[in-house]
Design a protein around this ligand. Sequence first.
Ligand SMILES: [Zn+2]
Length: 348
Amino acid sequence: MSEATPLDMIKTSLDQAKQRLELAQDSDDLEAWRLEVLGRQGSVTAMMRGIGELPPEIRKEFGKQVNLARKQLESAYEDATANINTGNHSSDALDATLPGTPTLRGGLHPITVVRRQILDVFTRLGFTTVEGPEVEQDSYNFGKLRIPADHPARDMWDTFWLNEQNSDEKLLLRTHTSPMQIRYMEDHPTPPIRIAVPGRCYRYEATDATHEWMLEQVELLAIDKGITLANLKGTLQEWARQMFGAKRKIMMRHSYFPFVEPGVEVAIDCFKCDGSERDCGICRGSGWLELLGAGMVHPDIIRDAGYDPTIYTGFAAGMGVERIAMVLQGVTDIRHYHSNRFSFLSQF
Ligand SMILES: [Zn+2]
C-alpha cells in the first residue's frame, strides 16, 4: 500500500471538514468550525502555506486542488449558516422528492362579494358610497331618527351599550346604518343627495338560523325636489332586476319604521320557482321573498336636517346583506358566514 500523496491529503481533510460541519448545531458551532478550517490559523490556510515545501512538479496541481476544496467548504459553510438561521438543523433537510407545501388561494368573503354586487348596482344608478361610524351616539342611532327614549320601536333593536346609561351622550354599537342618513344630511346643507351606506350593525339578541348579533346592511338615501314613492319603486325595481334577473317584479306592502312615512316592506317574486313550487327552498311556496324595508323620509327629519320639507322630499331603504347573500348563494343558516369555517368559506 503506497503512502498517501499530498493530493490524497486534500481530499481527506475536505471530507473530514464536511463531516464536522454536518455536526454543527448552532451558530457558535459554525463559527468554531469556520476558524478551525477557513480561518487564518485554519487547516485550509495551513495547506496553502505549505505549498512552497512541496516538490515543484506538484505545486501547481496541489494549489488548484486546495483552492477548489476551499470554495466547496465556503459554499458548504454558507448553506449550513442558512439552514441554522431558518431553524433547519440538518444539512440534508431539503428533500426535493417530497411534495411541496400547497399554497392556499385566498378569495373574497361571500358577504363581501354580495355587498359589492349590491353597491355596484346602486353606483350605476347614481348613488355614491359613503361609510359611517360603527360606534354611534344614542342621538344619531335613535333620537334624530324619531325614536325617542320611551318609544316602543326601540324594542326592535336590543342594543349593545358602551357606557353608562346616565352619561351625557350614551354610546352604542349602531343597530342600523340609518344614523348615517342624519350625519350625511347635516354635513351637506343643500340637496340633491344620493348615497348608499354599507356597514356592519350590531344587535344584542339570541342567534339562530336567521339571526346574528352582527349583520351587514346597505342603506339608501335620496333627497331632492319632487322625489316620490314612484322613484323609490323604480330604483328598487331596477336594483332587483340587476341582482336577481331581468324578469323580477317587486311588491311593496305597508310597514312601519319611525323615520319614514309611509314605510314599506319590499319583496321580490321568487326567481327560483315563480311561486309554482310548494316546497321551494327559497320562497316556501309563497312566490315572494321579503328582502328589505324602505319608505319616504319623514318630513320632520328633512326639516331637522335644515331642508324645507315643502320643497324637498326623499326616500330611504335599508337591506340586510346576509339575507340577500343567503338567497343568492343558497345558504340556509346565517351563522355559517361568520363561523370562520374553511370548509364553508372555500365553497365560494
Ligand atoms: Zn320559490
